[in-house]
Write a protein that binds this ligand. Structure first.
Ligand code: NOJ
Ligand code: CA
Length: 699
């Protein structure tokens, strides 16, 4: 439906048509305003053109969540959309549909939204046009810029245009009383920082998702959706509470190199009454384009083990030599274990030439087609396929992306030839130091979240898709829901993962995994790699160890969603002392699935605790994980998510009464109980403890 914007003051609105506005010297008196609400009416988005500057605000149940904040785009060499603008038109539509995820934390996704499309032009009647498209859902909203092809703005025949600044602001009320959870943006360690908990006003420049809690208790998270061919948005706090979109630049300072007819990524604002509500939001996926790859039945969720942790704790090396992990014999040994325990993949790192020496700084010498002599890829993949186990490929680039690009075709062809269907990629390099060789042969340093790298990540995903290979990106661009459009982008890292417990200083503290569900995980699946059983490989008192109980390591399989989950430890650590009997706790890892029909966050507070229930896909079984931070905690889990009237065997893996992470992390009790939907289960979690439960439907 088309409707004219409301202009105030009202009497003048009747007297003058919009077209007359430019005749007046000042437009402020005649500011126009348009608004749209979420389907349930609780969220309201308003946009005005007061003083010629497009300005929006957002309220939730009548309470301001975003105060009047400006919008705009600034271009190089041509006049963009910064000032002297007016609302020329607006239209609203509504939509309610359901779509299905090929794999995911939830099979059916409801996309119920109201849309507002606002057309802005210059107040001087210059014919330049930009649109702001806004979609409001019950769990939040997104808006994006759309700049159509137009003569007025085309300085060149090819329609090329450069964005040098995005003016979007998010002005948050009560910045001294609002609590923010954030990691620094545009910093050396990419997204691999511990989360800060501060009053909002103490935040400087932060990555998204950036989550905060208003004094009323309403929880909000700002992020973006469908980030392709644009620059990532970092939030830069200018005045207290004024968060400005700070687009990550190219090495030459330009933010986005594009052409007219472009759309920005969506700027998203998720809003919920409580912390768990944020986890239950599907906003980010709903704002992404549907699957572009067609039949993706070749993309397979699953569980894997790997020749991996040994390199992190120093028992193996990536490079060649006596401690080389990626040998034919070792890989076969891992494949045997995988086949016996229902894992479908074995990741092998350090299989290819280039790891010897300072690989962090020498990405240019990586070969993606030449295995080390002691890694017989033909024999290994033949052996694995006989047992139903695939080799999971690995491409560490050390951020030398031109070297990778030059070999990409051959690299994926090689893996395809050997039946590899999943590749983990890596872009280890300091932030701002990804290495690009430009058209003149000159090396340039780019940010991992700049437009150039965003294109490189996507190239690896689409090139892999052509060979029916799925990609798990480490040191990635943040997730913005692109798995909907490219379902072979199966997981990524993009936060501090398990590896930090082996060598990080400090390792991940107890609260880290109760931060992730409410922050990083709002973006999408994470390859955290849980399941370390030897929690303290250098001793309980060593700084580097897993700072949790064993039960918490199990619960992470439910809490930290990923369609591919690793059992990350050395396989010998899954056996009792005798080297033959599997530890009883390992049964949970064997049983837990990685593909879900329904997921529900039941409770939690950011940085304190989280409780999540998920129903296995194509099954009546449910799984629950609950984890806590450094505080021991009692949790009460109402089982009303179970099917009413049905009986289930609850297979419980909980902290023992004396469990606590520092000195007694292995105190684990495994017990079984018959339960129904009307039961409540109560647990006492030890410090940095947890509980993992399988609810097996009884006939
Ligand atoms: C960093 C990744 O996160 C880790 O999993 C991998 O082992 C190393 N890079 C080497 O590629
Ligand atoms: Ca990493």
């Amino acid at each position: 439906m088309n409707r004219s914007p409301t202009r105030s003051p009202i009497p003048l609105r009747l007297a003058f048509s919009l077209a007359l506005i430019p005749l007046f010297s000042s437009v402020s008196l005649y500011a126009a305003s348009v608004a749209q609400s979420s389907p349930d009416g609780k969220i309201k988005f308003t946009l005005t053109d007061d003083k010629g500057v497009p300005t929006y605000s957002v309220s939730y149940q009548g309470q301001e969540v975003i105060q009047p904040s400006r919008l705009g785009l600034e271009f190089k060499a041509v006049d963009g959309f910064v000032r002297d603008l007016k609302i020329a038109d607006s239209a609203t539509t509504s939509s309610d549909s359901t779509w299905e995820q090929p794999w995911g934390e939830q099979r059916l996704m409801r996309d119920h939204h109201n849309e507002l499309l606002v057309t802005l032009t210059g107040i001087d009647n210059t014919k330049k046009t930009m649109q702001v498209r806004v979609r409001l859902f019950d769990d939040g909203l997104g808006f994006r810029y759309e700049v159509p092809e137009q003569k007025k703005l085309a300085p060149r025949k090819d329609n090329k245009i450069e964005i040098i600044d995005e003016k979007t602001e998010f002005i948050i009320p009560a910045p001294d009383k609002t609590i923010a959870w954030w990691i620094p943006g545009r910093a050396w360690n990419r997204y691999e920082f511990l989360y800060n908990t501060t009053p909002l006003k103490a935040m400087d420049r932060a990555h998204t998702p950036m989550t905060f809690k208003l004094p009323s208790g309403v929880h909000v998270s700002i992020h973006e959706a469908a980030l392709t061919d644009y620059a990532a948005m970092v939030l830069d706090q200018q005045r207290d509470g004024v968060l400005k979109a700070d687009l990550t630049p190219w090495s030459d300072g330009v933010k986005v190199k594009t052409q007219l007819g472009f759309k920005s990524s969506w700027r998203t604002i998720q809003i919920a009454d409580n912390a768990a509500g944020l986890i239950n939001s599907s906003l980010i996926l709903n704002l992404n384009e549907p699957n572009k790859l067609g039949d993706v039945s070749w993309v397979k969720p699953g569980k894997y083990i790997g020749i991996w942790w040994g390199m992190h704790v120093g028992t193996n090396t990536w490079g060649s030599g006596e401690k080389h992990g990626a040998t034919t014999a070792n890989t076969k040994h891992y494949m045997d274990f995988a086949a016996q325990n229902g894992f479908d993949g074995v990741l092998v790192e350090g299989w290819n030439e280039g790891w010897d020496g300072d690989w962090y700084n020498n990405g240019d010498i990586f070969s993606f087609t030449k295995p080390y002599k002691d890694f017989d890829i033909a024999e290994i993949t033949r052996y694995g396929l006989n047992k139903g186990v695939r080799l999971i490929g690995h491409h560490e680039t050390s951020g030398a992306v031109t070297n990778y690009k030059n070999q990409m075709d051959d690299a994926f062809d090689l893996y395809k030839k050997y039946g590899v269907t999943q590749v983990k990629t890596g872009y280890v390099a300091d932030g701002g130091k990804a290495k690009r060789i430009d058209e003149n042969g000159i090396a340039r340093n780019e940010w991992h979240d700049g437009q150039f790298m965003i294109g490189e990540y996507l190239r690896s995903v689409t090139e892999a898709a052509e060979r029916h290979i799925s990609i798990n990106t480490h040191e990635p661009i943040k997730d913005t829901g692109l798995r909907r459009t490219y379902p072979n982008w199966i997981a990524r890292e993009g936060a501090r993962g398990q590896e930090y417990n082996a060598w990080g200083s400090p390792p991940n503290p107890p609260e880290h995994t109760v931060m992730l569900p409410f922050t990083r995980m709002l973006a999408g699946p994470m390859d955290y790699t849980p399941g370390i059983f030897n929690l303290a490989p250098y001793g309980l008192d060593a700084e580097n160890r897993v700072q949790s109980t064993l039960a918490k390591e199990l619960a992470l399989y439910v809490i930290i969603y990923s369609p591919i989950q690793m059992a990350a430890d050395l396989i010998e650590n899954y056996y009792e002392q005798d080297g033959k009997t599997l530890k009883p706790a390992f049964q949970f890892i064997r049983d837990v699935p990685t593909d879900w029909e329904v997921s529900k966050a039941i409770g939690g507070e950011v940085g304190d605790y989280a409780i999540i229930a998920r129903q296995q896909r194509n099954s009546e079984d449910w799984f629950v994980g609950a984890i806590t931070d450094e505080a021991a905690r009692k949790v009460n889990i109402p089982l009303n998510f179970l099917k009413a009237g049905k009986r289930y065997e609850a297979q419980i893996y909980r902290d023992g009464d004396k469990a606590e992470w520092k000195t007694n992390p292995y105190d684990l009790v495994i017990e079984k109980k018959v339960v129904t939907a009307s039961d409540n289960l109560k647990f006492k979690l030890g410090t940095s403890g947890g509980v993992a439960i399988r609810f097996k439907a009884l006939p």
